[in-house]
Design a protein around this ligand. Structure first.
Ligand code: ADP
Ligand code: MG
Length: 717
């Protein structure tokens, strides 16, 4: 459950917002909230009065206009009046016929018949609200809300807020009307200081927070709703933008200069087994130019899978190494860290750069020597997983941190890293191109480096959807390819059917939250037994032919087992590698030019693109197959996957994914928001984001003069 917009303050270091504290006891002053209900609220994440007033309706029922009975439609909530003309009771069911000038409709009750019967005397006029449904061919209302209408009374329409409710809330009778009442009571009886100072209201076009909330909880109509949402967005965007701009600002004050070094660059270049692409040269030049600037840089290197980012960052790092700085390359998985070591070893060795690999499994003694060498400055280049930033690892002169596949690292890990050393420059490498709007907002404080060109020798990967009837053909094709020396990655969404089938969701979630498997929220809810698992697929593939050797790898294997499976695959001792998405990121086996992705609908397009990018690295034609399960995909899914088959441009795919799935999935954060943005849609609200950001910039740069209280509030002085 969300904690309200204030979250974006709490999450920020350096922004001490003076927030009124409302101790829990103040909940007691709300009518009807005793210890039991307080607990229920707490369990739903409502800990403070501020949380409570920001527990906003999920939707509203618009009952502003009274309907006539002949205007009632199935499935459409409505408010209308009618006179009771007949009451029938049979088999513990009460049917109340009501009518107006336009027609008649039955209201049906199954429970509490004894008690209800008294309410519905013939001739009585009722205000009735509910959603009509069909029974046989006729409309009826089951358990509608009713209120007696007094003679001469005019029934007024209203808007009914519907709040997000947990089961516990419902059980404790904390329901829509109750919530609305206590929230309005809180707004009436307590003072809440507006987090956005009044002097900024005009610039942002805001009404006072209390007025906004009152209207959100008890609107008279829904006409103003879009504007209310805009205000909510502005209220969260402003502090967010300040934070972003502030980070950019701060970096201008720290950091140091790294001069390019021709000699070391030449040495590294000499070890390259290929020509750099024009794109690579350009980004390397941009990177060195940035590193030469006197301030701390934070950059984002975006390049499609297979565009050759690894050598770019190595060559980019040359000036830091030459200037006596230490470089850390951090990968999100052990497999990938090991692979980076293998790739970089020849370069580092031939240019006399000291390097080491630090992962969770590094033996203790070796690790101790490593740490000592780091501290004494004898170790220049460290490759590893997040182990490189364990508390006991310290650097003498950390100059550059390179983070591979940055979307895998949480914000916290990134923050921890920033505290190491003396303001090192940081370069994030992202293999999932980030949609333009997202890049400007969430990563708006980063310098962008775009690597758009791929090495020339690559043929386009052919991607095909395989209908169930063609599965055998596909297997035969694969076998033929394998006989010719090709190798196959075969991806499934789960490790074993067992863990997900018999256990509840919680346990299943644990099974998949293993660090190296992408946790795919779509994975856990339904029909797991219909999903192919590593176990099942290994059996299927192995029994299809004895001519191929099948191995497997997934996130729950020990890193030694993972490594040995991969080594066997790389060395050609295995022809088929069945895997979970553990191979998604960065794995580079050039002779594997075939990939099958089972249950492709379970993955985001960017993720599919990553997986597909495991192939197409050698000189032969690469293929990616997406088998369709027995039960056909719904049309939208089929369309999405078809579009994926038709393009190989990672930047275009990122935009498509963004369109289909929103930002949460892309950034690896949950769907409820990104970095505390709860109301803003990074895509459709782009213009608003830009304008709020401009105001934040004006405030920071002093172009918009604000009082010292405001500066204090956002910790800007
Ligand atoms: P990614 O950008 O996906 O991280 P890598 O850095 O892993 O890509 O590079 C993919 C493969 O392409 C590696 O095998 C690498 O050695 C190779 N490679 C990189 N640059 C070039 C180039 N200019 N010409 C040919 N091969 C290259
Ligand atoms: Mg890579």
């Amino acid at each position: 459950m969300s904690r309200g917009v204030l979250n974006c303050f709490q999450a920020t270091k350096g922004f001490s917002v003076q927030r009124q504290s409302h101790p829990m006891s103040e909940f007691n002053k709300l009518t009807g909230v005793g210890p039991k209900r307080r607990k229920v609220l707490e369990a739903a994440g409502i800990l403070t009065l501020r949380d409570l007033i920001y527990h906003l309706p999920r939707k509203y029922l618009d009952r502003t206009k009274l309907k006539r009975i002949d205007e009632l439609r199935v499935g459409e909530d409505a408010l209308f009046t009618g006179e009771v003309v007949r009451v029938e009771e049979a088999y513990n069911r009460l049917t109340v016929y009501v009518r107006d000038d336009s027609g008649m409709i039955p209201l049906v009750y199954f429970n509490g018949v004894q008690f209800l019967r008294k309410k519905f005397a013939e001739g009585r006029v009722l205000a009735i609200a509910g959603t009509p449904g069909f029974f046989r061919e006729d409309l009826q209302l089951v358990h509608p809300e009713t209120d007696p209408v007094q003679p001469g009374e005019v029934v007024k329409g209203y808007v009914l807020p519907r709040y997000p409710l947990t089961e516990e809330m419902a059980a404790a009778h904390v329901e829509h009307k109750f919530l609305q009442r206590i929230i309005l009571e809180a707004l009436e009886n307590f003072t809440f200081s507006d987090p956005i100072p009044e002097e900024l209201h005009e610039a942002l076009n805001l009404v006072p927070e209390i007025d906004l909330l009152r209207e959100l909880h008890a609107p008279e109509s829904l006409e103003n709703h879009a504007e209310l949402r805009r205000q909510l967005k502005c209220r969260e965007l402003f502090p967010f933008s300040l934070r972003l701009e502030r980070r950019r600002f701060d970096r201008l004050k720290v950091g140091r200069t790294w001069k390019p070094d021709a000699a070391l660059t030449a040495k590294l270049m000499a070890a390259l087994p290929f020509e750099l692409t024009g794109g690579q040269r350009q980004v390397i030049a941009e990177l060195s130019a940035s590193l030469e600037k006197p301030h701390q840089i934070q950059g984002l290197l975006q390049g499609d899978v297979g565009s050759g980012k690894t050598v770019v960052c190595l060559l980019g790092a040359a000036s830091v190494l030459a200037g006596g700085g230490q470089v850390v390359l951090m990968a999100p998985t052990e497999i990938l860290a090991v692979q980076h070591r293998q790739t970089l070893e020849p370069f580092l060795r031939s240019s006399g750069i000291t390097f080491a690999l630090l992962i969770g499994d590094t033996p203790r003694e070796e690790r101790e020597t490593m740490l000592r060498n780091l501290q004494e400055g004898k170790l220049q280049f460290l490759i590893g997983t997040h182990a490189v930033f364990s508390p006991d690892v310290s650097y003498t002169r950390l100059g550059l941190v390179i983070i591979d596949e940055q979307h895998r690292f949480g914000v916290e890990q990134r923050a921890k890293l920033m505290q190491k050393g003396d303001f090192p420059d940081v370069l994030y490498m992202s293999a999932t191109p980030i949609p333009r709007t997202l890049a400007h907002t969430v990563y708006g404080d980063l310098e962008m480096f775009l690597l758009k060109e791929k090495p020339k020798y690559r043929l386009p990967i052919k991607t095909r959807i395989v209908p169930p009837a063609k599965r055998a053909d596909m297997l035969n094709f694969l076998l033929k390819e394998v006989r010719e020396g090709n190798q196959v990655f075969w991806v499934v969404p789960q490790i074993g059917a067992r863990e997900t089938r018999n256990e509840d969701e919680g346990d299943a979630a644990v099974a998949f939250s293993s660090k190296e498997d992408v946790w795919n929220p779509n994975l856990l809810d339904k029909e797991e037994e219909d999903l192919l698992s590593v176990e099942r697929l290994v059996k299927e593939v192995a029994s299809f032919s004895t001519q191929w050797k099948v191995g497997y790898v997934h996130g729950r294997l020990s890193s030694t087992d993972k490594e040995s499976a991969l080594a066997d695959f790389r060395a050609g001792r295995l022809q088929v590698l069945v895997a979970t998405t553990v191979i998604e990121v960065g794995i580079d086996v050039p002779q594997a030019n075939l990939i099958i992705i089972e249950h492709g609908d379970r993955f985001g397009l960017a993720q599919l693109h990553q997986l597909r990018g495991r192939t197409g690295r050698g000189a032969q034609q690469a293929w990616c197959f997406l088998p369709e399960p027995e039960k056909p995909w719904p049309p939208e899914t089929a369309e999405r996957l078809q579009r994926f088959c038709e393009t190989e441009d990672g930047f275009a795919i990122a935009e498509m994914d963004f369109e289909f799935r929103g930002a949460g999935n892309l950034t690896g954060s949950n769907q409820s928001g990104f970095d505390g943005l709860r109301f803003t849609d990074l895509r459709s609200d782009f213009p608003l984001i830009q304008s709020v950001r401009e105001l934040a910039r004006e405030v920071l740069e002093g172009r918009k003069v604000v009082s010292s209280e405001t500066l204090n509030r956002f910790a800007l002085n």
